[in-house]
Design a binder for this molecule. Structure first.
Ligand code: SF4
Length: 291
């Protein structure tokens, strides 16, 4: 039986994550050993965070933990206005790695009419959502995390539909359709990032061709979890989210014929390459499926 490995295309780092890593490298090259503080994680990936820590980054959970006058890097998912205020108060050399798309959506959210309720599909614990919610403090916001919560919404005369950039494109579409019956006049402003959308489409295709799918990413990565859901919804018989090849026992895929590999937008190329080599060494040569 011929065995093969299909690798999703596109895969791995998106433009926003690449840009954030470049900003970190630029600061590193000009700071000659002075500590670089990073608020939370720069991007949601354990190997990236470990690599930055190894290079001297110090991760903190609050601006108050950063010594006055130090250098602080803010993550790709965006920050709240309150965080920028605290940075000024502490006279920090603050570098903002917010992805330009997230900045654009923050500005869009801030421009919404305050008299129209917002239905916001997102995870309230995610920094991107927290950053946008703070800009909607004068609005009535219904934060929903799934279709069940959308079903429970009251009937509204008017409403704006908005979403976190890393939600599943099929879920956003379903909820948009559902809202048509819950809101008389709906302004659909939901955005799934194009880099996320392309990776989701690639996974849908792989899921139909493979008997086992592995997604490289961390469990706190929203877009990694969405890739798992998408592969499952597309009918893949076996789907697992893993940090890297060390978490994959060869017995797990011993009966597989075609393995599919996807990765979150925060998974580095080096880890993807390492995983491809792992599967090749186990008798699953990579088969080209790039379009
Ligand atoms: S997933 Fe999209 S919105 Fe998020 S950092 Fe990447 S490019 Fe920006």
């Amino acid at each position: 039986m011929t065995k093969s490995l299909l690798v999703a295309h596109p895969i791995g780092f998106c433009g926003g994550v690449r840009r954030a890593m470049e900003i970190f490298s630029q600061i590193e090259s000009t700071h000659s050993g002075a500590p670089i503080y990073v608020l939370h994680e720069l991007v949601h990936n354990r190997s990236v965070t470990d690599g930055m820590r190894h290079r001297g980054a110090i991760f903190v959970e609050a601006v108050s933990q950063v010594p006055e006058g130090s250098t602080l890097l803010l993550g790709a998912h965006g920050s709240t206005p309150e965080i920028f205020r605290q940075c000024q108060e502490r006279h920090l050399d603050c570098h903002d790695a917010t992805c330009p798309l997230v900045s654009k959506l923050q500005n869009l959210a801030a421009s919404f009419d305050t008299t129209i309720p917002i239905i916001f599909l997102g995870d309230g614990n995610h920094p991107e959502v927290r950053g946008i919610l703070e800009r909607l403090s004068r609005h009535t916001v219904f934060l929903v995390k799934d279709e069940t919560e959308v079903q429970a919404l009251p009937h509204l005369g008017r409403g704006v539909f908005f979403s976190q950039t890393t939600r599943s494109h099929t879920e956003v579409q379903r909820i948009s359709e559902l809202l048509q019956s819950k809101v008389d006049s709906l302004d659909d402003q939901a955005h799934v990032c194009d880099a996320v959308f392309q990776r989701q489409k690639a996974l849908e295709t792989l899921a139909k061709q493979c008997d086992s799918i592995y997604i490289l990413g961390s469990s706190n990565s929203s877009n990694a979890r969405r890739l798992v859901e998408i592969a499952q919804e597309a009918g893949a018989p076996f789907v697992r989210l893993v940090e890297g090849p060390a978490e994959i026992p060869p017995t797990e895929f011993a009966r597989a014929t075609t393995i599919g590999l996807g990765a979150a937008t925060s998974t580095p190329d080096s880890l993807i390459e390492e995983t491809i080599q792992f599967f090749e060494a186990q008798g699953f040569p990579r088969q080209s499926n790039e379009k």
